[in-house]
Design a protein around this ligand. Sequence first.
Ligand SMILES: [Zn+2]
Length: 238
Amino acid sequence: MKKIGVLLLIVAVVLISLLVAGVFKKPLPVVPPVVAEPKGPVIAIVLDPGHGGRDPGAVVGDVLEKDVNLAIVKRMKALAEVEPGLNPILTRTADVTVDKLDRIHLAEEVKAALYLSVHTNAFDDPEVHGTETWVDDTREPDDPSWLLAESVQNALAAATEARDRGVRSQELYLHHTKLPAVSVEVGFLTCPEERAKLLDPAYQDQVACGILKGILDYLDAAGILGYPDATAATGGSN
Ligand SMILES: [Zn+2]
């Protein structure tokens, strides 16, 4: 009788062990892996840090415009990369010489939704400061470049609280493309207060955020890309 008791005990222990190990559990149904559906087409935007390499742009003391432009556009790229549906492409990511027409051609090659060049300004009068956005003067009044310029200028001025010098036009190399294209002058290196801000990474972030907000506003208004999530996240405020 003792042997039978020990045997029963062993059988019980083995059964409990198997139960714990999950041997008798029903196999889980096979679920195919969930693939995130893209919300829409991926839109390429070409961001151009003005100047570079042999062309420093404006030079104020040891501050070179080309370096400030690149720092701001690199921040824009990082912000744009996490936006669903946006593919930011830079015309340069280092201090190299790139021909203006090659920058434009890149935008056309990748079928970009827009081309946006970032610059910092310079003027004789150190009191002059603020932001302005330029459109080539050959663009017709119904050209989307105007809407892009207005959106970017408004959002940039709001984000930085810099003086809003508005949207302006003159003959630019941007007439070599029919893509929506603008050139943003984010501030004056010749104004000591504004120069100090433009060299501050926190202010560069504000500038980058402002311009990107303007780009998203434009893509939304032009019906190119809808951002229902972004609107909800910001409480629907513009
Ligand atoms: Zn410039």
